[in-house]
Design a binder for this molecule. Structure first.
Ligand code: 4AD
Ligand code: MG
Length: 471
């Protein structure tokens, strides 16, 4: 058996012919007079291959085992299908069953299973229509990401997963330690607390200093951009915040481009081009899967995606957005005032009610943003930009970086961050500093947007969230 063979996808696209074989899992089996029909799927595409088994063709003991979930190789002839929905079907002459599946206990058989139930059997859910489509789209989107950047001269860089620096400056991080007694019950503590614990402990820890799972590869990506000019990361990141929402994961994938000799304007241009490119790529290359999402998950998905791929994003400053929100006449759960972070309800109102498409917000108050963002002349705001999308809210967060050594140093001190830990980051401003900018796209947020799936736990194979690390 070779991995190079004809997949269901290829068979469905070919002309009638004799002597073919098809591998896959039985999705359903239906018997009528003198004939059995099996829907066979191998995950290569959305559609199944219909297998027609005339009575008497297969031995009884094989037929008995052809139940939902069984894995099998069929041999037979590909013939024109009289039925609707498929142009060819396979008239079986033989079948070899690799693994039977007891229909009385196979958990995926339940009709109308909820997303919550399917999440509990995440090791099997990929065999169904919805999750087959989700993970095919995820793979296509990842390919589109790399294609987009390679076509534009960006270098993919691999930044560390274990890090000693806290990029976002305030977030709770997961500790990585071999001093189990010291960190017991302290996962999710701030770096400052762990520094204290570390200093109290006479034994030195594995890395000789407190280490964490990274919340972002940005700072390290910046060092690479200051030599390679245009780079991007694409990898997992971790956040220990106790956010149990439909759009937060403790482990998620992020794509972070970083560009030397680039301002916030160039950064926003890239962000918009990037989102529209990936969406157009999926419209062109994942149409069967997107059709399914459009029919079963999110009614206006295709028209929305086509609209986004073909129209430019709205630009607003944070201050303008706050004015619109204040005069909106809506009664929000959290009132919106200048200086406070926008809540999901505010982001949704701006994108869904006010503008009706993605919005880029810029120039946020410096106190609600990270230390590395470039300060504006007003002393109050920074060159930050967030891309907000209807249904999802924040999908991209980015900024022009502070390239002035003195301004950056005083900002780090002002925010009470351990300046010693950032020596190498400050070196970039000492030796050949240059204006530069970048952003981070949450890959799963993008996938929610393009599939219409409502919960972020359903666009990653195995979700990690507070209280959950199954599989
Ligand atoms: O806005 P964030 O925190 O920005 C950064 O990490 C910067 N270092 C990026 C940069 O400038 N290079 O995160 C970026 C994006 C968010 O816009 C969101 O899409 C996603 O990452 N994100 C999450 N996705 C899932 N679960 C979470 N807990 C997320 N937190 C952020
Ligand atoms: Mg953000």
């Amino acid at each position: 058996m070779d991995y190079r063979r004809t997949y269901v996808k290829d068979l469905l696209a070919s002309q009638p012919q004799t002597g073919v074989e098809a591998f896959g899992w039985v999705k359903t089996r239906r018997d009528s007079k003198g004939v059995s029909f099996v829907q066979l799927s191998d995950g290569s595409c959305f559609n199944d291959l219909q297998i027609v088994i005339d009575a008497g063709t297969l031995p009884d003991e094989t037929l008995k085992l052809l139940t939902t979930g069984a894995s099998v190789r069929f041999t037979g002839d590909l013939v024109a299908s009289p039925g609707e929905g498929q142009s060819v079907e396979l008239k079986a002459t033989g079948a070899e069953i690799f693994g039977a599946s007891d229909p009385t206990t196979y958990p995926l058989q339940k009709k109308g299973a909820t997303m919550e139930f399917l999440r509990e059997i995440a090791h099997l859910r990929v065999r169904g229509n919805t999750f087959g489509a989700v993970f095919r789209v995820r793979a296509q989107a990842a390919y589109a990401v790399h294609k987009f950047f390679y076509e534009r001269g960006f270098h993919w860089v691999h930044t560390p997963i274990i890090t000693a620096s806290d990029c976002e400056g305030a977030g709770a991080m997961f500790a990585v330690s071999t001093l189990l007694e010291a960190i017991e019950d302290h996962s999710g503590e701030t770096p400052q607390t762990l520094w204290k614990l570390h200093n109290q402990n006479p034994k030195s820890d594995f890395f000789g200093k407190p280490a964490f799972l990274t919340v972002s590869g940005q700072l390290e990506a910046e060092t690479l951009a200051m030599g390679l000019t245009n780079v991007y990361t694409f990898g997992p990141t971790f956040r220990a915040e106790n956010s149990n929402t439909a759009r937060h994961l403790s482990e998620f994938w992020m794509i972070e481009p970083e560009m030397a000799f680039c301002s916030l304007e160039g950064d926003m241009k890239l962000a918009e081009e990037f989102l529209r490119y990936v969406i157009q790529y999926l419209l062109d290359n994942s149409s069967q899967d997107l059709d399914f999402f459009n029919k079963r998950i999110e009614p206006e998905l295709l028209s929305t995606l086509e609209h986004v791929a073909n129209s430019s994003f709205e630009h607003l400053t944070y201050s303008e957005a706050v004015k619109h929100l204040e005069s909106s006449g809506e009664s929000f759960e959290f009132p919106c005032t200048w200086g406070s972070d926008l809540q999901a309800e505010h982001e949704r109102w701006l994108t869904e009610v006010k503008v009706g498409r993605p919005v880029i917000l810029t120039d946020y108050p410096k106190d609600i943003k990270a230390f590395y963002m470039r300060q504006n002349e007003d002393g109050k705001t920074v060159r930050a930009m967030d891309v907000l999308a209807p249904r999802i809210g924040e999908i991209i967060g980015g900024s022009q970086r502070e390239e002035r050594l003195d301004v950056l140093e005083s900002r780090i001190k002002e925010m009470g961050l351990p300046i010693e830990a950032y020596w190498w980051y400050l070196d970039l401003r000492r030796f050949g500093s240059a204006p530069h900018a970048g952003f981070g796209l949450g890959f799963e947020r993008l996938l929610m947007y393009v599939t219409g799936m409502k919960n972020i736990r359903d666009v990653i194979p195995y979700h990690r969230t507070p209280g959950n690390a199954e599989f």
